[in-house]
Design a protein around this ligand. Structure first.
Ligand SMILES: Nc1ncnc2c1ncn2[C@@H]1O[C@H](COP(=O)(O)OP(=O)(O)OP(=O)(O)O)[C@@H](O)[C@H]1O
Ligand SMILES: [Mg+2]
Length: 484
């Protein structure tokens, strides 16, 4: 089930991860499923043993004295109602406390992942109070749970004491009326004891069951989330493409009730063209690019690659044709070589080194303690910003797709490395469609076409010279930047 959960999580779309916290999802894949395994492991045994003991004791009791047995059994319906009621309460409390432990994990994950920011702002105390808050909420919910559990458990014990008293009273009366002998009454007591033990066991099972079933509910909650983007039933494989990308009146908003980020974007990118996308921050450049690999679904209009609507091909085959260097670089814990190999899992060492050279990363990699086998720490913390970026570029070089998207790929490089990466990017882009998003306009002067994005869609486009001559917003942006 844990594997199934993980597989499912891999299928879910960006929009799901926009809304859900990693810590919560981790709790669901670990804790909740653990509760279920407990139930599966101990549940059947508990049920079987209690049933057998209960039936056995019942038969012996009936054999000794029917009337007395019926008196004992008069208590059972009341006990069942009592148990069901508190079971229900336990269920609610457990569900809440599972959500809360998820909150704690999410909080810990957030604080630890951001530990460098925490320390630089010396906000350890703030993080601590956030944690204490989450923890306290968990304790509160747990307290409710324990309260119900206590009523449940001790209530049942109370009932069993009542049963014993009833047996003493009615059994005593029967002895006095000489319809029962003392030896039988003693046997009867013993058997009542045996009868009560399975009831306790059943109560324990009820707790396990509640733990397990709330875990199962939470498991199903995630499993029932349909991926926002799924392959069409008769989706085709997108073979090797030449790389033309066409936007037809594309409109996009992140959520139904949000404003449009993009509107009326129509754009024709020829195969092999080198396009630069510029515009103010927050205008939707990254968003526009994330629509091409179908990370998000367009709200209006359509996108074609080589004339194939991206909705009509499988996501896998589509994404194989596109290489992306994302704005916030993500590297995995592991070695340098492993991270580059991510671009092509069956690449050999020579290919990896070639890709690293192209991305101007080989030289710095060789200065690392273990070269390509150097461990780079979680998210690559042991590397500099520029080094991380070059690794992520090498990864795309290795993937070698016909369409490449570089999002601010050169922004944290020094001038020299930037030039080198720029060169290799231009070399790489020769036979490929390349879309570069850049803030520093000097880096995109050589682009075949510069597209200026504004809030109302594409504002102007053309070569650097054309746009400068046009003297519009690009010229303004460029002049401001070259003054600095
Ligand atoms: N996952 C998201 N959910 C909701 N809104 C988002 C999401 N990502 C971005 N936005 C919003 O969409 C708009 C465009 O964001 P985008 O990241 O595309 O800008 P950008 O042009 O790449 O900016 P920058 O140059 O700063 O990188 C922004 O107003 C942002 O607030
Ligand atoms: Mg961006």
């Amino acid at each position: 089930m844990r594997s199934e959960m993980f597989d499912h999580l891999q299928k879910l779309s960006f929009s799901f991860y926009d809304e859900n916290k990693t810590g919560q999802l981790m709790t669901r894949t670990t804790n909740d499923i653990l509760a279920m395994t407990e139930l599966y492991h101990h549940g059947p045994e508990d049920i079987l043993i209690s049933l057998m003991k209960f039936l056995g004791a019942f038969i012996i009791l009936m054999y000794i004295d029917v009337k007395l047995t019926l008196i004992v059994f008069l208590f059972l319906p009341i006990m069942v109602i009592f148990a069901l009621y508190f079971n229900q309460k336990m269920n609610v409390a457990l569900r809440v406390s599972k959500d809360r432990i998820g909150d704690i994990n999410a909080q810990v994950e957030d604080s630890l992942a951001g530990i460098r920011v925490v320390k630089s702002f010396t906000n350890e105390q703030v993080e601590k109070s956030k944690f204490v808050y989450a923890n306290q909420r968990f304790v509160d919910s747990r307290r409710d749970g324990y309260r119900s559990e206590t009523y449940f458990h001790e209530g049942l014990v109370g009932f069993t004491q009542l049963i014993t008293i009833a047996v003493i009273v009615f059994g005593g009366a029967a002895i006095v009326g000489s319809s029962l002998v003392l030896a039988d009454l003693l046997t009867f007591f013993l058997c009542v004891g045996i009868l009560i033990e399975p009831i306790k066991r059943a109560a324990n099972f009820a707790r396990l069951y509640q733990e397990g079933i709330t875990g199962f509910d939470r498991f199903m909650d995630i499993l029932e989330v349909e991926p926002a983007i799924e392959d069409d039933k008769d989706a085709r494989e997108l073979g090797q493409v030449r790389g033309s990308v066409t936007f037809c009146e594309v409109g996009f908003k992140y959520k139904e009730n949000y404003d449009y980020v993009l509107r009326n974007v129509s754009l024709d990118i020829q195969a092999g063209e080198y396009i630069a996308l510029v515009g103010p921050s927050g205008v939707g450049k990254t968003t526009l690019c994330s629509l091409i690999p179908r990370f998000y679904e367009t709200s209006e209009g359509s996108i074609m690659i080589d004339g194939h609507n991206i909705r009509e091909v499988t996501q896998r085959s589509l994404r194989q044709q596109i290489g992306m260097v994302q704005q916030d670089v993500y590297l995995f814990a592991g070695t340098v070589a492993e991270n580059i190999r991510y671009g092509k899992m069956n690449a050999d060492m020579e290919e990896i080194i070639a890709a690293a050279r192209q991305a101007n990363a080989h030289d710095f990699i060789m200065t690392l303690p273990d070269g390509y086998d150097t461990d780079i720490g979680q998210r690559g913390v042991k590397l500099s910003g520029g080094q991380k970026q070059r690794l992520s570029i090498a990864r795309v070089f290795l993937k070698n797709p016909p369409i490449i998207i570089f999002d601010e790929a050169t922004s944290s490089l020094d001038n020299e490395s930037e030039k080198a990466v720029q060169e290799s990017l231009e070399r790489l882009s020769r036979k490929r469609t390349t879309i570069v998003i850049a803030h520093r306009l000097t880096t995109v002067r050589n682009a075949q076409r510069i597209i200026v994005l504004s809030d109302d869609g594409i504002e102007e486009q053309g070569t650097h010279e054309q746009l400068m001559a046009h003297n519009g917003s690009y010229a303004r942006l460029y002049n401001v930047q070259s003054e600095i």
